[in-house]
Design a protein around this ligand. Structure first.
Ligand code: PRP
Ligand code: URA
Length: 209
């Protein structure tokens, strides 16, 4: 598939297997999602631009490579994207954090916006948009629409599990945006849930139902 990278690192795949299990409880689920996000951040930031800085080691002067400040924003699609923010920002502490509140109408499966707060300089930042699930693609498409409206130009979308239907819909609307996923599953069921998936990511993260 074009512009999709499945991150197949064994530790990510192992942890993904654990969160798919319906017997994994809220605490462990939340910890694992955070850990997977940290591991994915490593791959997703592979092409970050590097600057140079002159420093002194205890032995003498040298020039070292550094990621310049003011470069990255992590934007979570609420609620479930919140579960990935801590894990990502552990590796990218200079990142600012944005929030886009969307919920999927259970009947139409269309996303409904209820909140949007982004860093003021989002147009100057590389945006890492996070949500564990890409199902029909409606939520991710709407989140990117909002980001583009606010001037964001450089966006990546990171999820844990993607459905083929969601990838297709997303790239029909936003073909230039790369999707990073830990897995691409079989399909959606008649309720718009990913099969086999992991169930409702928000409910499993926050213990709601
Ligand atoms: C889930 C998930 C995505 C969305 C994916 O959120 O976290 O945001 O569904 O589905 P889609 O690709 O078909 O749009 P949900 O709407 O359940 O809201 P929640 O995170 O607040 O539970
Ligand atoms: N949202 C989820 O949380 N899970 C799915 O399988 C689909 C949408």
């Amino acid at each position: 598939m074009n512009n999709v990278e499945v991150i197949s690192h064994p530790l990510i795949q192992h942890k993904l297997g654990l969160i798919r299990d319906k017997n994994t409880g809220v605490k462990e689920f939340r910890e694992l999602v955070e850990e997977i996000a940290t591991l994915m951040a490593y791959e997703v930031t592979r092409d970050l631009p590097l600057g140079e800085k002159k420093i002194e080691t205890p032995i003498g002067p040298t020039t070292v490579k550094m990621v310049p400040g003011k470069k990255v924003a992590i934007v979570a699609i609420l609620r479930a994207g919140l579960g990935m923010v801590e894990g990502m920002s552990k590796l990218i502490p200079i990142a600012k954090i944005g929030h886009i509140g969307l919920y999927r109408d259970p009947k139409t499966l269309h996303p409904v916006e209820y909140y949007c707060k982004l860093p003021g300089d989002i147009n100057e930042r590389e945006v890492i948009l996070v949500d564990p699930m890409l199902a029909t693609g409606g939520s991710a498409i709407m989140a990117v629409d909002l980001l583009k409206k606010e001037g964001a130009k450089n966006i990546k979308f990171v999820c844990l599990i993607a459905a083929p239907e969601g990838i297709e819909a997303f790239h029909e609307k936003h073909p230039e945006i790369k999707i990073y996923a830990a897995a691409i599953d079989e399909r959606l069921n008649s309720h718009g849930y990913i099969v086999p998936g992991l169930g409702d990511a928000g409910d499993r993260l926050f213990g709601t139902k």
